[in-house]
Design a binder for this molecule. Structure first.
Ligand SMILES: *Cc1c(COP(=O)(O)O)cnc(C)c1O
Length: 522
């Protein structure tokens, strides 16, 4: 065994000299962990490989000239490395995750159990169709529920995230416009409060984006929207409930006006959690909407798992939806993968993904839907709205709630930094919440609210856990209002202090360079 060159070393410069520093850099059970490149070496491995058989290389002149120096660790070192790193993370299984617009809810273990059944977990996208009919049935059943819950006509299951679903919907709208000889319509109207993915999607699909102004109470300004509609407008992208946490009450009138002017209505359905079982977007005149299975239907989110963003379509847009899809025939389930002139989807705009979508997420989402039933899903929406309003009213006397007067909120409550003393802002509240053991809320979004703090508790929090969060949030908000200087340097108890996030975004360091080699090269 070779001891790797950099060897083990303490991680803090004055390690062990002060009373608040330790020799190792660890603080009790909070363990420091260097990069794998700093602790691993090419000579260490967790496996003993047999001597490679000698023989003539068949790679022509393409074989590697020098070792690539991948860092190796033994098996226990590897396990510790990743376990230590994972402990520096925050997760929904550790505590409340108030990120607004993200619907960070509990991932029921029943979903995991079902997804791990070997018949689902081991299914391969290239397996012959007649060997995976059960998987097709799962896709078809989930599709049926999504179409039923949204009151729409059809669904494309393959998009792999909300943003990917937006692209899917907008490409279908583009296909429909072109088929009608309306390909010159190049403007998509998007409210100022929209998620950044909406204008990005529109631009990516070749449209130009124009803002729709909001009313003082945080909703789309219908009159201003009507004024802008015309022969160059392809449609609108509207989030409902919107990102100010409010239901767009005039949605039907908005859709009618857009349709009368020859456009289509895309709805960002990321906030469907607040209305599932209560409102069917199809009844509001929507033509396409993505559903984030990893939000509304509880599949793991962010670093926890891949997303999945099926898109539901109105009858007008259905012919343009992407392939593949699963169809139920008299003989059973069938996977439709080709555009055929006389048969299905001759007008489909093509494919979004190589295979069929996120099978593991489909199984989880269907389990969630079936285990809740129609009444349970309705209660999800009601409880998520109740929880958000509980937070809204519990905070109003310490934090400005810009739309608090517009009535109850939907599934998320929004606050601003109005009334903070000079030099104090939303970020100070967020960082201090980390010290309190909470993931911060969404900050500075939506842009229409100054210093926005968007809090979405979801229905999975009990009153006790909401009260605990409210206690911490109130305390931190009061400290910000009183200008507590300690807040400016929070977090104090996290593995790292306040990082220079601007520098990290502007000049990201994406590759590790060996400091010894770098010094030698100079
Ligand atoms: C989460 C979200 C999206 C994007 O969904 P992803 O699955 O993250 O791509 C779009 N719009 C809104 C309002 C969202 O909350």
């Amino acid at each position: 065994m070779t001891i790797n060159q950099s060897g083990w070393r303490p991680t803090t410069p004055q390690a062990g000299t002060g009373s608040d520093e330790t020799f190792t850099g660890n603080r009790a059970l909070m363990l420091e962990e260097p990069l794998i490149f700093e602790i691993g070496g090419p000579d260490t491995t967790g496996v003993d490989f047999a001597e490679a058989p000698s023989g003539k290389s068949r790679l022509g002149g393409l074989e590697r000239a020098a070792p690539i120096g991948l860092p190796g660790l033994s098996e226990p070192e590897t396990v510790r490395h990743y376990t230590r790193l994972s402990r520096q993370n925050y997760a929904i299984d550790l505590g409340l995750f108030p990120l607004g617009s993200c619907t960070m809810k509990h991932n029921p273990r029943l979903n995991e159990r079902m997804a791990r059944l070997p018949g689902f977990a081991d299914v391969h996208p290239l397996a012959p169709v007649d060997t995976v009919l059960g998987a097709l049935e799962v896709i078809h059943q989930l599709a049926h529920w999504l179409v039923t819950l949204t009151g729409m006509h059809s669904v494309a299951m393959s998009p792999k995230a909300g943003a990917h679903g937006e692209l899917c919907g907008i490409l279908a709208i583009r296909g429909a416009l072109e088929a009608m000889g309306q390909g010159h319509r190049k403007v998509l109207l998007v409210p100022e409060s929209a998620h950044g993915t909406n204008p990005a999607t529109a631009a990516f699909a070749g449209f130009s984006v124009e803002d729709i102004p909001a009313t003082d109470e945080g909703r789309v300004n219908l009159e201003a929207l009507k004024m802008r509609l015309g022969p160059d407008v392809a449609g609108v992208m509207i989030t409902n409930p919107n990102t100010c946490g409010l239901f767009e009450r005039e949605m039907r009138a908005i859709s009618d006006a857009v349709h009368a002017a020859g456009g289509f209505v895309y709805c960002d359905g990321a906030n469907f959690n607040a209305i599932v079982g209560r409102v069917r977007p199809g009844d509001l005149g929507i033509d396409a909407m993505h559903i984030n299975l990893h939000k509304t239907f509880s599949t793991p989110h962010g670093g926890g798992g891949p997303g999945s963003g099926p898109v539901v379509f109105s009858e007008a847009l259905s012919p343009f939806a992407p392939l593949p899809f699963v169809e139920k025939t008299e003989e059973g389930f069938r996977l439709v993968e080709e555009e055929t002139a006389e048969e299905h989807h001759a007008d489909s705009f093509g494919r979004m993904v190589a295979f069929h979508g996120q099978m593991g997420m489909f199984t989880r989402a269907l389990t969630y839907i079936l285990s809740h039933g129609a009444d349970g899903l309705r209660q999800v929406a009601e409880d998520s709205v109740l929880n958000a309003n509980y937070i809204l009213r519990a905070m109003e006397d310490v934090l400005d709630a810009p739309f608090g007067k517009s009535g109850p909120c939907m599934h998320e409550a929004i606050f601003s930094d109005a009334g903070f003393p000079e030099g104090f802002s939303t970020i100070d509240v967020a960082k201090a919440l980390i010290d309190e053991g909470f993931h911060p809320m969404t900050m500075y979004f939506p842009l229409v609210v100054h210093g926005a703090m968007l809090v979405e508790p979801t229905e999975t929090e009990s009153k006790a856990s909401l009260d605990q969060f409210i206690g911490a949030f109130r305390s931190v908000a009061a400290r910000a209002k009183n200008g507590d200087p300690a807040l400016k340097t929070a977090p104090h108890f996290a593995p790292r202090r306040r990082l220079d996030e601007t520098l990290a975004a502007r000049k990201p360091v994406l590759a590790w360079k060996d400091p010894v080699a770098a010094e030698a090269a100079e």
